[in-house]
Ligand binder design. Structure first.
Ligand SMILES: C[S@@+](CC[C@H](N)C(=O)[O-])C[C@H]1O[C@@H](n2cnc3c(N)ncnc32)[C@H](O)[C@@H]1O
Length: 263
């Protein structure tokens, strides 16, 4: 999968490309990340990418021309290939696991990183095919957001993690085959590793039992419990079998008792 990142800070990405998942995925050829310096698409001596906002007010705004030129250059490199042009913006649709899953099925996409007060609105209206936000907060620039989008997407590409089961068990991962818009799962279950005793805290016995079916059931129940306690909104979209519905009733009963102070 090819990512073209349009940014005024290409160096921002160097360290994340030199370690961990992004390094492995690019070294193995699963992902290609091409950094496009927005200033290369300017036409003045000062390589100007921004200007003052019409109507006054603080800060600067990215000019439309360099961004349009950068995307035109990408299109010229890939005649006939229709790829999404994603503007990173706090006003975009929220990045979720299902959005990352949707992106991971594409062969290429372009990411536009804004800065300052943002990007001339004509980019959002006439060039970008999508706007993505990584959360309801405001960053100073789109670079971190682009890195988050790439990491969340690339780890879903077949062969990248090596152990495919790992991302199928992660929080929000839905059972395979579910339609994209309903691909929501539970939060992940708790994980433990050696030592079995640490600081007076013991790892749950079932995990040491070697009984795989009991371990599977314990994990699913704990995932259900965690989801109920932390993100009950997710439960609306997760199909539960009869046993899981019974567990949920017990968990609801337990948490009602906790709230009313009973043991
Ligand atoms: C300071 S922000 C501009 C915020 C804009 N004035 C607003 O309030 O909507 C500068 C750039 O950072 C990026 N950015 C900031 N927060 C983001 C978020 N939550 N998700 C994705 N990109 C974000 C966008 O590319 C944006 O153009």
């Amino acid at each position: 999968m090819v990512f073209d990142v349009i940014t005024i800070f290409p160096d921002f990405f160097r360290s994340i490309l030199e370690q961990g998942l992004l390094k492995r995925a690019t070294a193995s050829g699963h992902a290609v990340i091409r950094l496009r310096d927005l200033r290369d698409y300017t036409d003045d001596r000062h390589r100007t990418v921004d200007d003052r906002p019409f109507g006054g007010g603080p800060g600067m705004v990215f000019k439309p021309e360099p961004i349009f030129r950068a995307v035109e250059a990408l299109r010229a490199e890939r005649p006939g290939v229709d790829f999404p042009v994603i503007l990173l913006s706090p006003q975009g649709r929220l990045l979720t696991q299902s959005v990352a899953d949707e992106l991971s099925h594409l062969s290429c996409l372009a990411l536009i990183c804004g800065r300052y007060e943002g990007v001339d609105e004509r980019v959002a209206e006439n060039l970008a095919t999508d706007e993505i936000s990584i959360g309801d907060f405001v960053l100073s620039g789109g670079e971190l957001a682009a890195a988050v989008v790439m990491e969340a997407t690339i780890r879903l590409l077949p062969g990248v993690l090596g152990n495919e089961e790992s991302c199928q068990q992660d929080s929000f991962a839905a059972p395979g085959g579910a339609p994209a818009e309903t691909r929501h799962g539970l939060l992940d279950c708790p994980h433990y590793t050696r030592p079995a005793q640490f600081g007076g805290w013991k790892v749950p016995d079932v995990l040491l039992s070697g009984n795989h079916e009991e371990i599977r059931r314990w994990r699913r129940r704990k995932a259900l419990e965690k989801t109920w306690r932390r993100r009950p909104d997710l439960l609306r979209q997760v199909p539960l079998n009869e046993e899981e519905q019974e567990w949920l009733k017990t968990i609801l009963g337990e948490s009602k008792n906790e709230r009313s102070g009973k043991s």
